[in-house]
Design a protein around this ligand. Structure first.
Ligand SMILES: [Zn+2]
Length: 280
């Protein structure tokens, strides 16, 4: 069984002292690729360093997805878009992420900050078209606006790929993103029986589109799956991706190996890539 973690913050320094251990234990459960996701321009160098270290030392392939995260809109300025452009030009990025809109914290709803979020989102959609890269979406309490902007910008996920990461919307929103060609990124949240709305949205998408609508992610160090929490872990890491696969296998009553294979193909579709399913 082989897994592709489509959303991690594995570049953060908290992992630095034990990268051998984190890589090995993720490899042992079948993780073969992971994506390092952008938050702030000042962290791009650390993403690149983590990727290069991995290229030299670890069997898990690390990919870059530089981008400017909407939750940190206060900290971005126009120069960061130039830096982003530079990183997209100089380094091999597999996608642009994570980008989108976030109105979960009240202060981000203010006119000025919301407008600034929209501006940065649009600029990054332009970059994604220029470099022909899929976008990895972060959306909280702004699903309708994101859908509207994507339509206005004529972003076609069926052509360009893309993932709605750590999906938090309801059933209708999930269906709308899948109809636009996005894959839904499922995190460890799915293992929480109390996440009823979330589980319901995922089930509805499954009923309509089957397993082809999904990719899986840890979003580490966040989104700890419940079984990992119960084992006494407090810090999420790529090896816990296996809990997401296990839960989906139970939810959809589907053989794990078959499920892993299908999700791998979905990941290729979402990223416009063609990574062969490993043989060992
Ligand atoms: Zn993230």
């Amino acid at each position: 069984m082989f897994l592709f973690d489509t959303h991690t913050h594995f570049d953060i320094p908290e992992y630095d002292n034990q990268r051998d251990k984190y890589n090995q234990s993720a490899y042992d459960v079948g993780v073969r690729h992971l994506i390092l996701i952008g938050i702030l321009a000042k962290y791009f160098p650390q993403m690149v360093k983590t990727k290069i270290d991995a290229d030299n030392h670890y069997p898990i392939k690390h990919h870059l997805a530089c981008g400017l995260h909407p939750l940190y809109i206060n900290e971005h300025d126009d120069n960061d878009l130039i830096i982003l452009d530079d990183y997209l030009k100089k380094f091999n990025n597999i996608a642009i992420g994570e980008i989108g809109l976030d109105t979960y914290p009240k202060q981000l709803k203010s006119d000025t900050l919301y407008k600034k979020q929209i501006g940065f989102f649009i600029e990054q959609i332009h970059l994604s078209k220029h470099y022909d890269l899929p976008i990895l979406l972060h959306i909280r309490k702004s699903h309708a606006d994101v859908l509207k902007l994507l339509k206005e910008q004529k972003y076609r996920a069926d052509n360009q790929g893309g993932i709605a990461h750590s999906f938090s919307g309801g059933e209708n929103e999930a269906l709308a993103f899948v109809k636009m060609g996005f894959k839904i990124g499922i995190t460890g949240q799915i293992t929480n029986p109390n996440a009823k709305k979330y589980r319901h949205a995922i089930k509805s998408v499954y009923d309509k589109f089957g397993i082809s609508a999904f990719v899986i992610e840890t979003d580490c160090p966040d989104m700890m799956p419940l079984p990992a929490q119960m084992e006494g872990n407090y810090f999420n890491e790529p090896k816990h991706l296996i809990h997401v696969l296990n839960e989906l296998s139970a939810m959809f009553n589907m053989d794990k190996a078959l499920l892993a294979h299908q999700i791998w193909q979905n990941t290729n579709t979402a990223l416009k890539s063609n990574f062969a399913y490993p043989i060992h």
